[in-house]
Design a protein around this ligand. Structure first.
Ligand code: RP5
Length: 164
């Protein structure tokens, strides 16, 4: 199976990023985790993106806050799918990071999840890998079915309470 790279702009992003790592672990997806900054270590971020495909990665998750250019900077240097997590790490509550991550120019896409949406970033990476991995696709479908059953169980409890 291809690996997923999880890159964060600062170790201060780790509390958010941990949800992505946990989700990848739950699905048994091999991954590597790094701290590279678009602004503080631009050469290392570029080198990682340029070598990621040959290193066996199938998708890159990039988490950053404030003027969050990490996902875009990585995407500029690879044609692997890049998933951006805007991190709420500033006085602007993550809106700055959301706009910095999502508003990419035509030709260099970044698939951006919600502010602090780390679990969805990992699930999207899993779905990308599952295009060519039937076992992973089955695990994702099973999780969707369990999630639906959980909601329907809650509906039953609420309906019994209020619709008697
Ligand atoms: C961004 O600036 C990082 O991704 C982080 O969210 C934010 C603050 O970084 P630190 O000053 O805590 O290292 O580049």
């Amino acid at each position: 199976m291809k690996k997923v790279a999880v890159i964060m702009g600062s170790d201060s992003d780790l509390p958010v990023v941990e949800k992505a790592i946990k989700t990848l672990e739950e699905y048994g997806i091999p991954h590597e985790v790094h701290v590279y900054s678009a602004h503080r270590t631009p050469e290392q971020a570029k080198a990682f993106a340029e070598s990621a495909r040959d290193a066996g990665f199938g998708a890159i998750i990039a988490a950053a806050g404030k003027a969050a250019h990490l996902a875009g900077a990585l995407a500029a240097n690879t044609t692997l799918p890049v998933i951006g997590i805007p991190v709420k790490s500033s006085t602007l509550d993550g809106l700055d990071a959301l706009l910095s991550t999502v508003q990419m120019p035509s030709g260099i896409p970044v698939a951006t999840v919600a502010i602090d949406g780390a679990a969805n970033a990992a699930l999207l990476a899993a779905q990308i890998l599952a295009v060519s991995d039937a076992e992973l696709a089955r695990k994702l479908a099973d999780a969707r079915a369990a999630s639906s059953a959980n909601v329907l169980q809650k509906d039953k409890a609420i309906a019994e309470r209020f619709n008697a």
